[in-house]
Design a protein around this ligand. Sequence first.
Ligand code: F6P
Length: 517
Amino acid sequence: MGRIRCDRTVAWSALCALRAQAPGGPDLRQEFSRDPGRFEALSQNAPHVFADLSKNLLDAAITTQLFALARECGLESHRAAMFAGDAINTTEKRAVKHWLLRSPPPVPAAPMADPDLQAVHATLDAMLAYAELVRADGAITDIVNIGIGGSDLGPQMAVVALGAHGGTGKRLHFVSNVDGHELAATLSMCQPQHTLFLIASKTFTTTETMTNAHSAKLWFEAGGGADIARHFCALTTNVAAANAFGVSTTFGFWDWVGGRYSLWSAIGLPIAIAIGAQGFRDFLAGAHAMDEHFRLAPLETNLPVRLALIDIWYRNFLGFTSRSVAPYHSALRRWPAYLQQLEMESNGKRVDMQGDALPFGTSPVVWGEPGTNGQHAYFQMLHQGMDVVPVEFVAVRTPEHHLSGHHDKLLANALAQAQALMLGQPDSGGHRDFPGNRPSTFLLLDVLDPASLGALIALQEHRVFVSGSLWGINSFDQWGVELGKLLAKDIEPRLRSGDATGLDASTAGLLRKLRAG
Ligand code: F6P
């Protein structure tokens, strides 16, 4: 079946009619009292992840139409096209195959072995062998990953999240910003002879990364370092540029891996150093299990699909413009930042695949902080503010520490917040009045380990694919980041020369201020 943009479907009109009947969506408290089986109907297991969707503003009629919408839009054929390796990233004429990075190795001697899969596993084996060498290298105490965007956020998030697994005693640093304060602060903690730099850049042209890499190399050489091959390693699709930069130790990947989907590739080397080769294989296996779930489960029990359909219902019908993510685990503190790039860079688009302007909203603003910290900052607004902001909790059943009492308090708070958002306190009036009926999703992991984190990430990747697919946009390009890069190139020499010719009055005024004194 061909693809149809969501707003041109029969189901979209049906959903508009349902919204018209109840503009704020159903009342959760009534839905729970009407249906004692609501929790069972709206919760499910997926690989490594249990999801409770029952506190979302859904009823049976809405749910039925959302699945009809997915089918009418041709989601299943689009999903099949991605897994078939079709060039679904049409504006860049590329396939979208990050899922292949976590596929099991080809069967030896299989006559039709996919050459891409063979290349994936050859690189993976080499990279993991290198990771083990680094882990065993007592002379290397500090590893500095220099990269930005997808070459930073995913690996950093995963390294922080899995800090308790397979520790090496080595310090892993992440430097992304072109702001020299960041690199300077990191270098002040390192010594050239004990430091390994990982230069992570898909393109090996990104200004921030190249500037930091140059400065790191200068610092290394100025400190007496000579063996670049031992102390610098490049992770890139542009091996020629890395060689030209002077780095001969390289691990490659392919143009069919988007930057924000690249932590499964050579870009994941810092993760492999942090958790070891077996840990990284477990991480890939967890993600692969979620790939298979997404590829094969019927839409009605397909967790990425269900999450994305709720996202669409909220964004396009109930008018919610943001989603707050609340990981109740401090090791997931980079989770919101990682999700911001994944979702907002993928789906923050205003034209469809044909380049036609869209008449509806796309990516919500994704934001958040770990619980319970967020409760003492912005949860006030979530409970009593004017805007309804769906919240996505992530909790982990078993902690990795042995301090008594903490984890029960943490989990109790996560449950209590979800409960308070839903139930409210409608009878007390005035300043103490909580309207309630505020939706949330609760994702639960048994443990935070490489496999469960892999599955959780793949879940989010596929969810973003589904909403982008129904919206009819290209989730795999990012033209919106280009204009600022171009203008910065024009402005940078003006900061030195003071030339304001042709600039708008505000930029010219700020340029003068920056040069004054
Ligand atoms: O910000 C735009 C972007 O292209 C991201 O999509 C990407 O993850 C990041 O820059 C870094 O790019 P690279 O890995 O090529 O240095």
